[in-house]
Ligand binder design. Structure first.
Ligand code: TXA
Ligand code: MG
Length: 336
């Protein structure tokens, strides 16, 4: 499917301005969008996703929109990060301006901002911002999936996540396969003036090492007072088929599971002859290519009727942090 054309994107921006929902592609995953300053519209996102209402959503801005409208102040560190990584897969948590509705921040005094690089998202956000009297409008958008499920990386995934919403209730813009394939990195820089260093709330498309190049040090790990992130629930991002993780050594002598059909996803090459009932699925050894394919693959395997998905544990290390985070949470959803 080609990307949605300009007329369709303009229609989508008008729908957003009317308080309606629009799903749109980003370079990370598809988002389920609503006017971030319209609490009734944002409430529609929560209802469609069956997501608890106290979970904050990310506000998406066009590259030419002033983020200053949304926050009390942009620190020099935040400015450097924006200059280095926007547009792109980095969400910054910043101190929320008092006029921004509670509903986007789950009642916290911060707001998550992100400027996506996907051209369809950028056009949508640009046209939408201009429809707003103050010209700085932003679109609140969590990933366009049911709460706790795998994020969509194609428009057709979004349609399948919301079977009850027809094209009138939910317009879905087309933008091909999401390039990054896992959600944005979330970095909290809302508490710098209280002495709390930049804190990594969710690893993702931008690695901790890339952040360190700009920050001069690796970001801190979250403390108890860090802003809440629903994607940091231990069990999240899970397909319907049970998922477990296994080392390559264990896979090499693994007998399979009697009576079960298993898809065993291995890195680079198969570890030996496939045990009875097991299909090897070979995944790329490059973490960026792996991330790009991961969610679409989990959906395909879900639809192929396997009893279990086994994932070979990827290496540790910063380049794999985003992938490791997602697959550990997917497996945690099935732990007793
Ligand atoms: O790549 C992405 O970030 C995608 C695309 C659509 O932009 N969006 C996404 O949204 O993954 P969602 O809602 O599925 O995950 C956003 C995470 C949530 O865990 C939420 O708790 C956190 O961002 N978040 C948003 N605003 C926040 C805030 N003010 N403080 C702390 N966490 C926040
Ligand atoms: Mg999500």
């Amino acid at each position: 499917m080609p990307d949605s054309g300009h007329d369709k994107i303009v229609e989508a921006a008008h729908r957003l301005a009317q308080g309606r929902l629009v799903a749109f592609p980003t370079e990370t995953v598809y988002g389920l969008g609503a006017d971030a300053e319209n609490p009734a519209a944002v409430a529609r996102i929560y209802a469609a996703k069956k997501r608890p209402a106290n979970h904050p959503v990310i506000v998406h801005l066009a590259p030419d929109t002033d983020p200053g409208y949304w926050v009390t102040a942009i620190s020099p560190v935040a400015r450097k990060l924006m200059a280095a990584f926007w547009p792109g897969p980095l969400t910054l948590i910043l101190p929320r301006a008092p006029h921004i509705p509670d509903v986007v921040s789950g009642g916290q005094d911060s707001v998550g901002l992100r400027c996506p690089s996907h051209p369809v998202a950028q056009t949508l956000l640009h046209v939408f911002a201009a429809l707003n009297p103050h010209g700085c409008g932003g679109v609140a958008a969590p990933s366009a999936n049911q709460f706790g499920q795998v994020s969509p990386t194609r428009a057709e995934h979004v349609r399948r996540e919301f079977p009850d919403l027809d094209a009138q209730a939910l317009m879905i813009l087309e933008g091909g396969d999401s390039e990054v394939g896992i959600e944005s990195t979330i970095l909290d820089v809302s508490r710098l003036k209280h002495g709390v260093p930049p804190t990594l709330l969710r690893p993702g498309g931008i690695s901790a090492l890339q952040l360190a190049e700009v920050l001069g040090a690796l970001p801190a790990q979250p403390d108890a007072a860090a802003p809440r992130v629903s994607g940091s629930l231990k069990a999240h991002y899970a397909p319907h088929t049970p998922v477990s993780l296994m080392s390559v050594q264990a896979l090499a002598s693994w007998p399979g599971i009697a009576g079960q059909r298993v898809a065993a996803c291995v890195l680079g090459c198969v570890p030996g002859a496939a045990p009875a009932g097991v299909d090897w699925v070979v995944l790329p050894t490059d973490p960026a290519v792996y991330a790009h394919r991961l969610y679409a693959l989990l959906r395909e395997l879900d639809e192929s009727g396997y009893d279990r998905i086994v994932l070979q544990e990827p290496p540790d290390g910063p380049a794999w942090q985003g992938v490791n985070d997602r697959i550990h949470r997917a497996a945690a959803a099935f732990e007793e």
